[in-house]
Write a new protein. Structure first.
Length: 262
């Protein structure tokens, strides 16, 4: 996988601290699938600075978009880029979410800007379903209007109660699962590890497939450095070590061996 030059097309401010970066990068955008990511070398950082991985939020024939939150030196520099600036990108990397729902209702579960690849997914699935999205405050809830416009049932939870249900996003999931006669579902989730594990446990109890986007520290992005390994379980019960950047980041919940048993 080689570096590709990408040109900044636009920067859009979303909620406080969140931005959307639109890049002209047809070689990547034309092949991108929901759940894949790009590895960016950010212009203006020293040459030794590590690349940053970002989930693909949208992709067309010529443009791709990412959502990000300004949390450190790299994303602060990213926020300073303006139309016409260039950076180098590798991608699309990793695997994507399966797009066939097998007549099950798609239920997307997002934590914060984990909603980004799920927005891309919602545009590619063969049917509408439900989005459950959670965040610390209302400022951390993104993209809900897009899902509503696409005909999805959108439900929100915030830890401070400033929007939607007061509590974790799994509060919404538990309420839906407790409802008699809910349809058979396939779950898709992206967010913090604790949320992913909670979704996996509930999906397995319900006998439902669940596809999770794992977030690991990625250095090379192509599976060479072994910095983002994850233990997985084979059907015969044996385990193996996967590289999240190359073998993932999407895995079926039943495959994952969580680090700390409960």
């Amino acid at each position: 996988m080689h570096d590709i030059s990408a040109i900044v097309h636009a920067q859009h401010v979303l909620n406080a601290g969140y931005q959307c970066l639109v890049l002209d990068a047809p070689a990547i955008a034309s092949m991108a699938q929901p759940g894949q990511f790009v590895h960016l070398r950010i212009t203006g950082l020293e040459p030794a600075a590590l690349r940053r991985p970002f989930s693909i939020y949208r992709a067309s024939d010529s443009q791709l978009s990412i959502l990000y939150k300004t949390v450190g030196r790299g994303t602060e520099q990213l926020s300073r880029l303006r139309p016409g600036d260039t950076l180098t990108a590798m991608g699309p990397l990793g695997n994507g979410f399966p797009l066939e729902t097998h007549d099950r209702w798609p239920v997307l579960v997002a934590g914060g800007y984990g909603v980004a690849p799920l927005s891309f997914l919602a545009r590619r699935l063969n049917r509408q379903g439900m989005l459950l999205v959670g965040g610390r405050t209302a400022a951390d809830i993104l993209c809900t209007e897009e899902f509503t416009a696409l005909g999805w049932d959108v439900r929100v939870a915030t830890m401070d109660g400033s929007q939607g249900t007061h509590g974790l996003v799994t509060t919404l999931l538990d309420a839906w699962l407790a409802r008699p006669g809910h349809p058979a579902a396939t779950f898709y989730a992206c967010g913090p590890d604790g949320m992913l594990r909670a979704v996996a446990e509930r999906a397995q109890l319900a006998g439902s497939p669940a596809w999770l986007s794992l977030d690991k520290h990625m250095v090379c992005g192509v599976g060479a450095c072994l910095a983002c390994v994850q233990r997985l379980r084979k059907p015969d019960g044996t385990t193996w070590i996967a590289r999240v950047c190359r073998d993932g980041p999407i895995f079926e919940a039943g495959e994952i061996v969580w680090e700390h048993p409960r």
